[in-house]
Design a protein around this ligand. Structure first.
Ligand code: FES
Length: 122
């Protein structure tokens, strides 16, 4: 068994290779569903639940922030809920357009010895 990173509430998600380059994967850890996206080699992890009506987001499309997204506060790539089209910033979790009005929870990630971890709370 691998060592947990030393500080904070890190949970093991699984092998880092579970998240393909420019792809995504979903995990269940500590009773939460967590979607992880690789965007150009950068990992982003969010709660895998749309804040509008609970749609899973792990299979949702991801795209670069549009001008409207940037004007709404996006600081990174955007995930688009497949059910009603709410847009969320993957970097901050900020909601960028209705029908969602609450942000999604983001988690820091790290890869240690080939294993992917998420920080549930600092
Ligand atoms: S469930 Fe995601 S926008 Fe409605």
């Amino acid at each position: 068994m691998s060592q947990s990173p030393p500080d904070g509430d890190w949970v093991l998600l699984g092998p880092a290779v579970s998240v393909p380059r420019n792809g995504h994967a979903s995990f269940e850890a500590a009773g939460r569903f967590i979607a992880v996206y690789d965007v150009q080699g950068e990992l982003y992890a969010i709660e895998d639940v749309c804040t509008h009506d609970g749609e899973p987001l792990a299979d949702a499309p991801v795209e670069p922030a549009s001008a409207d997204d940037l004007a709404s506060g996006a600081t990174g790539p955007v995930v688009i809920c497949p059910r009603h089209g709410a847009r969320f910033c993957l970097k901050s979790g900020a909601v960028l357009c209705p029908p969602a009005y609450e942000p999604v929870t983001c988690f820091a990630t790290r890869v240690t010895a080939g294993e992917l971890w998420a920080l549930l709370s600092a």
